[in-house]
Design a protein around this ligand. Structure first.
Ligand code: NAD
Ligand code: UD1
Length: 331
């Protein structure tokens, strides 16, 4: 199976944090990109560099990005029809659109099921009908729940502790089913805790690094839920999108699953201390009760992604945090 020289790649959730970095790298690799996003948390500003439609639209000069406003849990077929009629078939799909908060999913499990599982089935139905050559899915370390052996590998039992984790795992099963029964090749990448520029700190459901960096820069208190001894594997977005794009442009058949993390475990307390330092030291660290459904320790085994994709996370935490606090200029 070979790609056309400038494959058309659909990126659901492409206006979001990881999505917009994915779009940037796909364009840098010579792809044409169609973004499908409902802008529930995504922002047009994340795609601002591609906003000059005459130059960047699919019919324009290179590079090429088209942005469609659509809810992926319905309306995918109708939204893509005029694009494919004019520009040819979607060859590959990177499916990132989701409700991304573990806490939100506990309060709103049915919404999470509709968007996070229903959205994946919509994407797979489209991929089956259109003969898409690869679907890459943003799965999560949340599929594992609390595990007995760390670092966790992909063959560990999955016992998610939140509807978010349940629907990510259900989506993985759907990917496997569509690969086995309908011949839709796919890769589920289990992202650990991704951070970097463009992660939105504005909601209480936002990722911890975006919240802590924002508060430390303003000299405000950082609130740790629980004692701060819980751990995460924080992986820089610039590394993550290399794994995503390499998986999307690859031609392996069947279905594969791989962790995307660093293999390094960091406590939330240590993270808070680094970010207080980077913010100038004016913030205090305070504590609030631990969250329900909280995973206590999380760190990835990274050998599978290395074997499948040649992927290794290259960015040290301090470097990634420095780039997050003072993002590099847009080129
Ligand atoms: P994000 O909120 O920035 O991105 C999600 C994007 O999906 C947004 O642009 C949002 O507007 C869009 N979206 C949400 N519901 C939609 C719908 N029904 N239809 C169309 N678009 C919709 O968050 P992110 O951190 O960039 O997450 C991207 C993906 O990676 C998600 O699938 C998330 O579950 C997964 N993930 C993220 C992390 C992390 O640490 N950030 C870790 C594991 C997995
Ligand atoms: C995150 C992602 C989720 C992903 C998962 C993979 C977000 C919003 N969630 O979930 O999409 O699938 O990683 O591992 O990006 N914390 C504080 N204070 C705060 C905020 C958080 O102490 O102000 C703590 C939390 O209690 C938790 C840790 O920081 O222990 C990480 O929380 P969070 O960034 O919300 O991520 P996860 O729940 O791990």
């Amino acid at each position: 199976m070979t790609s056309s020289p400038r494959p058309l790649v659909a990126v659901t959730g492409g206006a979001g944090f990881i999505g917009s970095h994915t779009v940037d790298l796909l364009v840098a690799r010579g792809c044409r990109v169609v973004v499908l996003d409902d802008f529930s948390t995504g922002k047009r500003a994340n795609l601002a560099r591609w906003a000059d439609h005459d130059r960047h639209g699919l019919g324009g000069r290179e590079p090429a990005v088209e942005v469609l406003t659509v809810d992926v849990s319905h309306g995918l077929f109708a939204a893509l029809a005029p694009i494919t009629a004019a520009h040819g078939p979607v060859e590959r799909i990177v499916h990132l659109a989701a409700q991304v908060s573990v806490v939100h999913s506990l309060a709103n499990p049915l919404t999470d099921a509709r968007v996070n599982y229903g959205g994946t089935v919509q994407v797979l139905e489209y991929a089956r009908a259109a003969g898409v050559k690869k679907v890459v899915f943003a799965s999560s370390a949340a599929v594992y729940g609390d595990v007995a052996t760390l670092p966790v590998d992909e063959d560990a039992p999955c016992r998610p502790l939140s509807p978010y984790g349940v629907h990510k795992l259900a989506s993985e099963h759907a990917l496997h089913c569509y690969a086995a029964v309908h011949g839709v090749p796919s890769v589920a990448l289990r992202f650990f805790n991704v951070y970097g520029p463009r992660q939105d700190p504005s909601s209480p459901y936002s990722g911890v690094i975006s919240i802590f960096a924002d508060r430390a820069a303003a000299g405000r208190d950082l609130t740790i839920f629980g004692d701060g001894e819980q751990t995460r594997d924080f992986v820089y977005v610039g590394d993550v999108v290399r794994a995503v794009v390499d998986a999307a442009l690859g031609d392996a058949p069947g279905h594969a699953v791989a962790n995307v993390g660093t293999g390094r475990e960091t406590t939330v307390r240590a993270l808070a201390e680094i970010l207080v330092g980077l913010g100038g030291g004016g913030s205090a660290i305070v504590h609030a009760p631990a969250r329900a459904g909280e995973i206590v320790r999380s760190v990835a085994r990274v050998e599978r992604a290395a074997a499948l994709l040649g992927f290794r996370a290259a960015t040290a935490l301090r470097d990634g945090l420095a780039a997050t606090v003072a993002p590099p200029p847009v080129t």
